[in-house]
Design a protein around this ligand. Structure first.
Ligand SMILES: [Zn+2]
Length: 275
């Protein structure tokens, strides 16, 4: 074994030792029950505090550059959808409706949206405009991102990436982990630019898809829009290559087929919510 591999193996072992199993959500109608593996060295509270700090800094930079909430109609639109989705999170975790949720619209050509642990969200104008999304499709992408936050996927990714490093190092890798994507340097400014991108794991994506469609269905948004959203996403090009979002959210036939199954499962919830 070469040196690099030996170090990696040692890190993996110590990371394993510092791991614990948690269950951050109830199963919901879609039945998400996988146990999550997080680092016992990093609590949910610490992750959330780091996320809040990063979010505030990022919004301040966006504000300075005139890229924050420029179009009030768009802002109202995403906040209305957030307000309908958030109460539905109670099905998965009791504490979530009480989080300090916040939703802002960032001006960027990127097709992108994310939710940080603790409920700080951003939707990019590129997603709204370039995909010409309907309200249902916006609810699909926001529901998906909220699901990542509910399941604390960021904390799992931190566990995988940090191993046994000190909590203080969260900051340096936080942005990319919290947002799941490489950030637009224009928006991050002094916050620092994420330099690497790891795709979300397949497990995490499946969970976000399943929980996401249940959230939107319960909020009265047509879950079938999740399918058209991903189709639009897959077809979007221009500005050089596929949407940034797809680099961390690998799509394809399998995903769409699976998604169709989850949609069928939550259709009765949608029908009930519409009445
Ligand atoms: Zn995702």
């Amino acid at each position: 074994m070469n040196v690099v591999l030996r170090i990696a193996a040692a890190a993996a072992l110590s990371a394993l030792a510092a791991c614990e199993t948690v269950q951050t959500t109830d199963a919901g109608a879609v039945g998400v029950t996988r146990q999550q593996r997080v680092s016992s060295l990093v609590t949910a509270k610490e992750v959330e505090a780091a996320a809040d700090k990063q979010y505030d800094e990022m919004m301040a930079v966006a504000q300075q550059k005139g890229l924050l909430n420029r179009n009030q109609q768009q802002v109202q639109r995403v906040r209305t959808i957030a307000q309908r989705l958030i109460p539905q999170t109670r099905v998965f975790r009791q504490d979530a409706p009480g989080w300090a949720w916040e939703t802002n619209v960032l001006t960027s050509k990127d097709i992108n949206a994310w939710a940080m642990p603790g409920g700080k969200m951003a939707v990019y104008t590129g997603l709204i405009e370039r995909l010409n999304v309907t309200d249902d499709e916006l609810a699909a992408v926001m529901g998906h991102e909220i699901a990542h936050a509910l399941r604390e996927h960021a904390r799992e990714r931190i566990a995988r990436q940090m191993g046994t490093q000190a909590v203080s190092t969260i900051g340096s890798i936080a942005l990319q982990i919290f947002t799941g994507v490489q950030l637009d340097p224009q928006l991050t400014g002094s916050v620092g630019q994420a330099v690497f991108v790891l795709p979300n794991s397949r497990d995490n994506e499946q969970e976000a898809d399943t929980i996401g469609v249940e959230l939107m269905a319960r909020a009265g948004y047509d879950p079938r829009a999740a399918l058209t959203l991903w189709q639009k996403m897959g077809q979007a090009t221009g500005g050089g290559g596929p949407p940034e979002f797809l680099s961390t959210h690998p799509s394809g036939e399998t995903r769409l087929r699976d998604l169709q199954g989850y949609v069928n499962k939550v259709m009765p919830l949608y029908q009930a919510a519409k009445r």
